[in-house]
Design a protein around this ligand. Sequence first.
Ligand SMILES: *Cc1c(COP(=O)(O)O)cnc(C)c1O
Length: 408
Amino acid sequence: MAQINENYSKLQASYLFSDIAKRVNRFAEENPDQPIIKMGIGDVTEPLPEVCRKAIHDAVDEMGTRTGFHGYGPEQGYAFLREAIAENDYSPRGCEIKPSEIFVSDGSKCDSGNIQEIFSESAKVAIPDPVYPVYVDTNVMGGRTGQNVNGRYEGLVYLESTPDNGYVPSPPEEAVDLIYLCFPNNPTGACATREQLQEWVDYARRNKAIILYDAAYVAFIRDPEVPHSIYEIGGARECAIEFRSFSKNAGFTGTRCAFTVVPEELFAYDSAGEKVSINKLWNRRHTTKFNGVSYPVQRGAAAIYSPEGKKEVKTLTDFYMENAAIIHKTMTELGFSCVGGTNAPYVWIKIDGSSWDFFDELLHKTGIVCTPGAGFGTCGEGHFRLSAFNTRENVEKAMTLIKEHFGK
Ligand SMILES: *Cc1c(COP(=O)(O)O)cnc(C)c1O
């Protein structure tokens, strides 16, 4: 009799986006003439940059020739892409990352979800709250938690991101083994300072812990003082893995390309206390379970590092950041306390009371759909998220409606 992995039975169904859809559909049926503006979008809305499309087209044509055909490539990614990443994303920020430390994949969701596999089932894990749900759920699947009690899994250490700490949690008192951090953060849009990240790196090194650093939104940082990579922090090469993606900077959410950095100085321990190279372990896992991102897509990703590509990515991210600035300014002027929106495409807005009640009020009074904070974790309650991934027209309309409703 085949038995399931019962850790999966502990998972809570994620009702967030289906609940939102249900409420929006009901509202639309009852109010057929009311336009609805979706301001909760977590996907990019602008088309794929021209440099990427051209590089992908050219690569497809190349694949149609006997000499330009590419079969299986290196599982870790082609050298042209790994070298471009090291030279453009890391060297200019003073981080020496070798191409052999970069693993190209088809998404940061997979990478940040798969990484836990190479660590002990008994690893103690710290995860921010509120948070991107992948980190929690994959650790539940991996058997590192007990049951979910009142919205929290037994056995996890929750790093609370609240107004009191400016939505940037400090290291816990207790020792943990794995720490997930995400800056600029989804959903709060908050960024950690150099000093705050240094505290995390020092904590990780003291405890021989590993930081799993999700930098999916790095392209939206506008303040040069905000660290772009965990490797800008002294000692991070010995305690951190970094995840990056082409999804949000270059609109690759439907094209699929990302990468993970695992430095050669990074070690964990086996049960005999012997040091094991995490770069080698991840390489083993990646090359066994993954056969590489398609050649045309890697060419498309590499194109963003050309001078023209850099310009297009800047234009694209500037467009979203102008949306974010409009949202942030309007909400602030209306007296809401908000974070994010200045170095991230999300604005995280504080409210009194229940985020689902606020969601309903906003929908019924204005036709605007937000994301209620409670959907991202216990500490998301009392907040809602507005996304800058939208057309300018929708953002402006939404802000006018919000001003009409709240501006009294
Ligand atoms: C969008 C996003 C990613 C990127 O995921 P992909 O699988 O590369 O599309 C990673 N982390 C967070 C927090 C995100 O919001």
